[in-house]
Design a protein around this ligand. Sequence first.
Ligand SMILES: [Zn+2]
Length: 177
Amino acid sequence: MVDKERLDILLQEVIQEARALKIPVSSTIEKNVIVNGRPKKRFGCCRKSRNGFEIEVSRFLLDEAGCSEKIVKGVLAHEVLHTCRDCYEHGMLWKSYAGQMNKAYGYQIKRVNSFAEMGMAGREEKLAESRHIRYIIQCKKCGRQYPRQRFTCVMQKIDAYRCQCGGKLEVFRISDS
Ligand SMILES: [Zn+2]
């Protein structure tokens, strides 16, 4: 598990890595990474603060056993890139910087990462159970999951639908318990 002090060090490492590639990350990123215990699905967040930018990670990311430092750094890098000019959204420029970081350092920075990609396979199912979700539509290509409470017409004709990434979908039922 990555603790709070370590997080601040990792943030500085990521900023240096980006600068080494001449990616113009902001010089006004707060030194302390904020850990937020509320989000259940979002891995991190970048906010404009009074003095510049604030980087936040979600507590579950740090608590999950399979989540390595590399993955946490990838989340920090995703957020740090949002501090570049014209990169507050996941536009072309942000994507190109993400590609450069991925290539140089082996990250998997994307607009949206699945739990499986983050070393947390099974988390969607766990969350689903707590929300009475009985079915999950999953993309065969990107792994993205769409939890549903009941069986719907879409699931009946699942081959006619595609994921946002264009991938084919499959449906599975979560066992009753
Ligand atoms: Zn983002």
